[in-house]
Design a protein around this ligand. Sequence first.
Ligand SMILES: [Zn+2]
Ligand SMILES: [Zn+2]
Length: 255
Amino acid sequence: MRLEVLGCAGGIGGQQRFTTCLLIDHDILLDAGTGIAALGVNQLAAIDHVFLSHSHLDHVAGLALLADAVNGKRKSPITVHATQQVIDALRTHLFNWVLWPDFAAIPNADHPVLRWQPLEPGIALDLAGRQITAHRVNHIAGSVAYAACSTESGFLFTGDMGSTPPLWDVLARDRRLSRVIVDCSFPDAESQLAALSRHFCPRSLLEDIAALPASIEFLIYHLKPGQEDRIMQELNVAGGSRSFHALKCGDVFSF
Ligand SMILES: [Zn+2]
Ligand SMILES: [Zn+2]
């Protein structure tokens, strides 16, 4: 299983320019932020599955543009996996013919561009040997993290989140998960804003993961523009022997 980071920024205008979008092999996206713009039209048309962590614009803006870009270029719908709450939010507020057309009814409801697929957290979905499992996290209604595994190894992508102690049990239950892509949006000086908006700052992240083995590699994503170096420095100073690296657009991993 190949993972390519198309976007991982917590906003535009910083060192990283594109918001959250991760490509698994050639056909699965985890989130569809503005990072999707890195793909050419044939690559866009090859996307069969999109898994959404939540409905915030920086994670779904590219889904709207993807639907438009591949209309008429595929034989089957793109399956969009998300919790029912996230699907309801997107159908009500985005794909409502006001902000964007309803691509689940274009060109017609029998053969649409997008197909909504509600998922059950905790139940693994197997897509040709790639197992993807959603786990609820503390952000907005319906938010989930995703564990993505091959037979040998895998990673956990938290999506946006604040403190969610039960999520970390997933790492103990599945030893294939050696890497974690985790939110750390704000520096410690903005800890109140982090808590209010249900994101991590270095202090709250380190508290949440204190019991985890040091062997797990943490790849930090969703850093707020202009704060990247400060957040990473705070993590590495306070994190002791733990390994923290800032995830970067263009990073490629094999699992
Ligand atoms: Zn969010
Ligand atoms: Zn976000």
